[in-house]
Design a protein around this ligand. Structure first.
Ligand code: SF4
Length: 320
């Protein structure tokens, strides 16, 4: 095994006070090898999955676990296998198909992006991160992930799982904290495998592998270091697995009593009904803690977001 490498100077501010950081290429090799053996079989990872399928999966997975995304993704791809199919679909149908994935504005943004693909890209998902980034509702992460996983472009992909593995394995921190800092961004760039010799194949494999390691092994609450392929290289483990600082800890998002909960209940009711009187809809929510004011405010916000519509005193999904 190679000795620990000196750290790149540009990543110094990202690091805890530790005396060991691993050689990145060693970590790349180990994690990619682990992925080849242990990665979950997911339809959007199959070679025959279209770029559109990859893009839909990336949008759905942003706030929602794989197990809930899988059936929705399968239905989505059956009904709308190309961007043009989704662009032409009624909004109410899209929102019903989104079902309980949460954050339903993502469904509207996906349709807006599909429309832009029809208008500007011949109905295809564009193949570079720059073009993807210009689609409505597509952010830095999604653009990089789709460019990498659908088009083998060696973009730097950084999600929460990847940030956590970087923080632990390379900087010795227990957790990466809430904010994606400029130091973490530099570290992510510095850690990318070289692309010259293989057109970025290793870089793309690294993105997928380290993301999966964070999702399955190096989890936020209970990292399984005993089965981790880089346990003997990990800076956090070598430093004695220090507890997270207060700054690094992120509080779990509350659900009960929040506007998110009330909005979710309204959307669930609208998905299963035609136009319904506003008062009947709001009074019928099985949320005894939610005041009339909160119910009304949440419905108004859904209308503002384009997720619900009101005509006279009746409310429905848009166009339903
Ligand atoms: S050894 Fe533990 S903390 Fe380090 S990368 Fe592996 S799972 Fe994460």
């Amino acid at each position: 095994m190679k000795a620990a490498a000196p750290n790149p100077a540009s990543t110094t501010s990202a690091r805890a006070d530790i005396s060991f950081t691993p050689e990145p290429t060693l970590v790349h090799d180990r994690v990619i090898e682990w992925f080849e053996e242990h990665a979950r079989t997911l339809p959007w990872r199959e070679p025959d999955c279209t770029p559109w399928g990859v893009m839909v999966s990336e949008i759905m997975l942003q706030q929602t676990p794989v197990v809930r995304v899988l059936p929705r993704w399968q239905e989505w791809m059956r009904r709308w296998p190309r961007p043009a199919d989704l662009a032409a679909a009624p909004v109410a149908e899209i929102l019903r198909a989104w079902d309980r994935l949460g954050y339903p504005r993502r469904a509207l943004r996906l349709q807006a992006a599909a429309q832009a693909m029809v208008d500007d890209h011949g109905g295809e998902v564009p193949g570079t991160a720059d073009e993807l980034r210009r689609l409505p509702g597509v952010g830095e992460y999604t653009a990089a992930a789709v460019a990498c996983f659908a088009f083998n472009q060696p973009e730097v992909v950084v999600d929460t799982n990847i940030r956590r593995v970087h923080a632990r394995a390379f900087t010795g921190h227990a957790l990466p904290g809430k904010t994606y800092t400029s130091a973490q961004r530099r570290l992510a760039h510095d850690l990318m495998p070289a692309t010259a010799s293989d057109d970025g194949a290793t870089a793309c494999a690294w993105n997928a592998s380290v993301m999966e390691l964070g999702a399955l092994i190096c989890t936020a609450r209970a990292p399984q270091c005993e089965v981790c392929p880089v346990a003997d290289l990990c800076a956090w483990r070598t430093a004695g697995s220090p507890a997270p600082t207060e700054e690094q800890q992120t509080k779990g998002q509350a659900w009960a009593g929040t506007d998110r909960q009330v909005r979710g209940a309204i959307m669930a009711a609208l998905r299963t009904s035609a136009a319904v009187p506003r008062a009947e809809l709001l009074d019928g929510l099985a949320l005894p803690e939610a005041s009339a004011q909160q119910r009304s405010r949440c419905l108004d916000s859904l209308i503002t977001d384009g997720l619900a519509a009101q005509a006279g005193d009746r409310v429905s999904l848009p166009g339903a």
